[in-house]
Design a protein around this ligand. Structure first.
Ligand SMILES: [Zn+2]
Ligand SMILES: [Zn+2]
Ligand SMILES: [Zn+2]
Length: 341
């Protein structure tokens, strides 16, 4: 068996003991705020922010933007701007392809890593914008996921947001990230397996039934015409909230444009509730959707999970995969409902 040369370019390595992938991304160490060692510095704030309007020259050329006419690419006047990540976890110019070397399975770090800047002004959370602007941002989320899926070379994409250093943000300025991957993330594979088993046994969609049960159990957080938010039964952290579309659908990018806009305003509402009850915590959210190649009939139901970072993962969590949540989700849901305005 040959000695594996340390990666100079991003690659995915699979843990031979679990179906778990690590993206080994040497370039990520160079990014601002990267904490490779304890005590590492950094959280880029307003003074040196490359994402603020007027500093477009400090970022790579834009991939897409929403701006008022007349406007020129990479000039000011944008409302939402999409740029490649300068410190990508995966790259378009890296060949894909799986390689099995005895026990070790790896994959070229072929992918794409985009940043979606939701505002030219230096704000931190999506809730610092109006619901209408959050709606436009979510429309851009949908368009970019659709664009990466149409590319045809990626297995899946992960759309997510980090707000606050405790949630892993290295730049304060509000932005979301979109990473297209050569393999399907394990969480989606596991959810899909569970949903397939459930459909075999019950003939229905696991997630459609789950929403019904969550509502009946009093864990509703917010609802609109097309969306429902709940504090899930086995919430991992206080105020964890999952958003489901009422209309069954496996693919996030296949929602209608008006549904995407409604999602943005809805998400704005949920995040406002969370920020009121938990005193503006750091948070992550991410979309779980079916693998790109899956047919629309696959028993999956896309959703968005909001995870406030009010607790830290310690040895027990790392060692067991268990979470310890000090707040029952029924109590969390009641408080979140009270905080709806
Ligand atoms: Zn900024
Ligand atoms: Zn469903
Ligand atoms: Zn999920």
């Amino acid at each position: 068996m040959s000695e594996h040369v340390p990666a100079a370019r991003p690659e995915l390595r699979q843990d031979p003991t679990l179906d778990r992938w690590t993206v080994v991304a040497p370039e990520r160490g160079a990014r601002p705020g990267a904490r490779l060692e304890p005590g590492g510095h950094g959280y880029v704030q307003a003074e040196e922010c490359p994402f603020c309007g007027g500093r477009e020259y400090q970022t790579p050329p834009e991939l897409a933007a929403r701006r008022d006419p007349p406007g020129t690419a990479d000039g000011p006047g944008w409302r939402v701007r999409v740029i490649p990540n300068r410190f990508p976890a995966v790259r378009r110019d890296v060949p894909g392809g799986a390689l099995l070397d005895g026990l070790f399975r790896r994959h070229g770090g072929h992918g794409a890593h985009e940043l979606i800047l939701e505002a030219p002004e230096h704000v931190v959370s999506l809730t610092d914008l109006s619901p209408a602007r959050a709606a436009e941002a979510a429309s851009v989320y949908r368009e970019r996921v659709a664009a990466l899926r149409a590319d045809g070379r990626f297995a899946a994409a992960s759309l997510f947001k980090n707000v606050g250093p405790a949630a892993g943000a290295s730049v304060e300025h509000t932005h979301s990230q979109l990473i297209a991957l050569p393999v399907v993330p394990r969480t989606v594979v596991e959810e899909l397996d569970a949903a397939e088993r459930y459909r075999c046994e019950n003939g229905r969609c696991l997630f459609c039934d789950l929403v019904e049960r969550e509502l009946a159990a009093g864990r509703l957080v917010r609802e609109s015409m097309s969306f429902v938010a709940v504090a899930p039964y086995a919430s991992r952290v206080p105020y964890e909230t999952w958003i489901f579309p009422r209309r069954h659908g496996a693919h996030f990018d296949e929602i209608a444009p008006d549904e995407a806009a409604e999602l943005g305003a809805f998400l704005h509402g949920v995040l406002t509730q969370v920020e009121r009850v938990a005193d503006r915590p750091a948070y992550n959210f991410y979309v779980h959707a079916a693998p790109f190649a899956a047919p629309a009939s696959v028993p999956y139901h896309w959703h968005l999970e909001v995870v406030p970072r009010t607790t830290t993962q310690a040895g027990f969590e790392w060692g067991t995969g268990f979470a310890i949540n000090p707040l029952p989700p029924e109590v969390a849901a009641a408080r979140l409902r009270d905080a709806a305005g």
